[in-house]
Design a protein around this ligand. Structure first.
Ligand SMILES: [Ca+2]
Ligand SMILES: [Ca+2]
Ligand SMILES: [Ca+2]
Length: 273
């Protein structure tokens, strides 16, 4: 979905000035977003990548980082639901032994297998492991609001890919800003280790964008069958919103142009009398 970074309330006085500002913010045109997977290993570098983000969200409390929201969609979630805080804490190790050590940082994580039909519409997500196979979303999306992020990473666990050695279920398609980057399995190759665990940390997704090409959304979609997924150690570096001084400068220039036109018009009118 295109992301409108500019407020239309600036009105008629700014179109020309805004065109030049947009051109500055949009360059270079060739900038792209890339995605790769690092294995869970003390030497793979995922930890230093995570530590390098300006914001780290480890899901150890119900408060989400300022720009972060999460959407569950599909299967049980017939209508998409978006959350700006966690409805509960999910401890993979507390469910059963196959999920032990699926967290990447601390004790808790986030899961798409957590639907409670007894809760009100828009608040069905519990972020506690579901009771039946029907308690799943087909996709889960992490949104970075405001100016987006120049870089983003998240630890993936419990992905029961088709190549899993036990209980394979489905592969998983990755969408960044609504654009498909293929499956995380094909993206990760040998760096992606599928399966549910114990110790089912499948890989660390690293996405590199830029201030010119921010990351606004990262979505994981179960392709063929339902699959309960876990995420942890989410990090990103937010792109600052266009600074206020830039808009003030634009406003000053626009006001000056209008003032010159007005003075010129007045001068011209008086000269012809
Ligand atoms: Ca955690
Ligand atoms: Ca938090
Ligand atoms: Ca799973």
């Amino acid at each position: 979905m295109p992301h409108n970074r500019f407020d239309t309330r600036w009105g008629f006085a700014f179109p020309l000035a805004m065109l030049s500002v947009t051109a500055i913010l949009a360059s270079p045109a060739a900038a792209t977003i890339s995605a790769s997977v690092l294995p869970y290993s003390p030497t793979s570098g995922w930890q230093s990548v995570y530590n390098g983000y300006a914001t780290q969200e480890n899901f150890e409390d119900t408060t989400l980082a300022p720009e972060l929201s999460i959407t569950l969609d599909g299967l049980a979630f017939a209508t998409p639901e978006t959350y700006t805080s966690l409805p509960g804490l999910y401890d993979p190790g507390s469910i059963y032994s196959d999920h032990e050590n699926n967290q990447w940082d601390g004790t808790y994580a986030v899961t798409n297998y957590a639907y409670n039909s007894g809760l009100p519409a828009g608040a069905h997500w519990t972020n506690r492991w579901g009771n039946t196979a029907a308690d799943l979303s087909q996709s889960i999306t992490f949104h970075i609001g405001d100016g987006g992020a120049s870089s983003f990473g998240v630890g993936m666990s419990d992905f029961q890919s088709l190549s899993s050695s036990s209980s394979p279920r489905t592969d998983h398609e990755l969408f960044i800003n609504g654009i498909s980057y293929g499956t995380v399995e094909s993206l990760g190759g040998a760096a992606f280790t599928p399966g549910q665990g114990p110790g089912g940390r499948n890989g660390y997704l690293q996405i590199v964008g830029s201030a010119a090409t921010p990351i606004y959304s990262v979505e994981f979609v179960n392709l063929t069958l339902s699959d309960g997924l876990s995420f942890d150690a989410l990090g990103y570096t937010a792109v600052p919103e266009a600074p206020a001084f830039l808009f003030l400068t634009v406003a000053t220039i626009a006001a000056g142009v209008l003032g010159l036109r007005k003075r010129s018009s007045s001068h011209s009118a008086s000269g012809t009398c």
